[in-house]
Design a protein around this ligand. Structure first.
Ligand SMILES: [Zn+2]
Ligand SMILES: [Zn+2]
Length: 141
């Protein structure tokens, strides 16, 4: 547990959130979907227990079938377009938060990298953390 809540917002500030527990996972994802959503790079994500987050503001959403085969719902600010959250429909206990939204991004250094098989040749992938060619854990970005 962290002593202070973890907070964040979208680029324009219309959507905000607060989390009362520490991240369960911190990682980078190079799946093809994340490259679209992250402007060509890996997405950087932290996973929390979904019951520990409070979200304020209107969000738009888009659901699709991920490379893992799971249906993933991704939520974003309809005003500024910032990607904020994703959730696997089969795993309602977890919420994935896009690290770009965090007020404290220093808490989110990835400890693993997934979907490296989908990364472009020029991708920089941290050689000091475990890397996986595809997805390895239950929670999907
Ligand atoms: Zn916004
Ligand atoms: Zn991904």
């Amino acid at each position: 547990m962290t002593s202070k809540p973890i907070t964040g917002r979208c680029f324009c500030g219309a959507a905000q959130f607060e989390v009362s527990s520490a991240p369960i996972l911190k990682r980078a994802c190079w799946c093809r979907d994340c490259q679209y959503l992250s402007c060509g790079n890996a997405s950087i994500n932290v996973v929390f227990a979904s019951g520990d987050i409070v979200i304020k503001g209107e969000l738009a959403e888009y659901a699709s079938v991920a490379d893992s085969g799971q249906i993933i719902r991704r939520r974003f600010c309809p005003t500024c377009g910032t990607q904020m959250f994703s959730e696997a429909m089969s795993q309602p206990g977890y919420i994935v938060v896009r690290v770009g939204t965090l007020d404290q991004p220093n808490i989110a250094e990835p400890t693993s990298v997934i979907w490296t098989a989908s990364a472009p040749d020029w991708a920089w992938i941290n050689p000091h953390v475990p890397r996986f060619e595809k997805h390895v854990e239950a929670v999907q970005e």
